[in-house]
Design a protein around this ligand. Sequence first.
Ligand code: AMP
Ligand code: MG
Length: 401
Amino acid sequence: MISVEEAQQLILDTVVLGGVERLDILGAGGRVLAETVTAAQDFPPYDNSAMDGYAVRSQDLGQTRLTVIEVIPAGKLPERAVGTGECARIMTGAVLPAGADAILIQEEVNVRGDAIEFAQLPQSGTHVRCRGDYHRAGDILLKPGTVLRAGEIAILAAAQRSFVLAHRAPIVAVLSTGDELVGIDGHLQPGQIVDSNQYGLAAQVRAAGGIPRMLGIARDDPAHLRECLESALSADFILTSGGVSVGQFDYMLQVLAEMAAEVVLYKINMKPGKPLTFARLRGRLLWGLPGNPVSALLCFWQFVRPAIRKSLGYPGTGWFLPNIQARLNASVSTKGDRRTYLRGRLALESGEWVFTPYRTDSSGDLVSLAGINGFAWLERGIAVAESGSTVPVLLVGEPDT
Ligand code: AMP
Ligand code: MG
């Protein structure tokens, strides 16, 4: 059985960067830029005031009274040059008039009719933003590989780029398997449960930046499973859940073999999640996730999310969820036969990360997924971790801070 890290590496080695598409910048948040964006003009495009106040001439030393010759709002050009003994009322962002070289802020001024009085003139350049201070025409504003967040999108807007080239988000088909499953609106018969994995996984696909495609439920029947997998081949990635264990009706591996898939890995030294299967299927990547809801999601976070991020073009530092060292606030025990992940809640308490384990670690306990944000893990061979000891925690949600 291979380790979590070896499996992650094998999987990531198969993932290629997504192609390029043109996107409206409103829908480009979280995507990765696939072009260089340069400035068409200097910014600021003209010398302007950084404050509401008065445009003055700093060389008029010794002056304590000036005549106001005009009012310059933002968006209007000054009509006159400022001469000796003169100033202009000016608003933040308005064009600095000729002759003036500094701003006297309005808080330092007493208005006397059409003149102002003050203690002292500011130095040249005070509260003036000069043309090209922030960048010049032709400067690179954003490089390929930049993750587009609010700030980057504002830069694109300022550069009048309504559309940008970004890496495509992978389409991720999500298929559940199992004769016991009924769809979300189905009528539950005795012996059946609702297919929750498809929804939990689709939500995570979206959160990771992929585009989920719901493929429904495949019956525990090789022919039907094969038909469903064929229909998934239009996606980039395929996620299945269930049917990868050693039960009599677990047909995933058999069907993958029939379809001549190349199984890259099967079985990982972790609990839950051991039966994870990863294969190449006719140019697509397929993850056979375990059926238990907690196992399926943990495997998603560990093995699928990094692949989605890589394919989106994120830098390597953005592929994995963070691991945080935290103090356990209750003792935990495991069988010690595999690396074991224990769900719970990570919180920052008086500057220290503290992990509270959830009361059970049954991988079928769906309700335990509500409110957890992390998985502490104990390496194989470590069966007990005492309260107060330090453990690594895989952070899968927002930490309490
Ligand atoms: P399997 O790996 O197919 O044996 O499934 C393992 C466990 O996970 C069984 O208890 C299944 O009923 C459950 N399970 C499988 N698929 C789903 C699903 N889509 N939603 C909720 N539970 C599931
Ligand atoms: Mg099953």
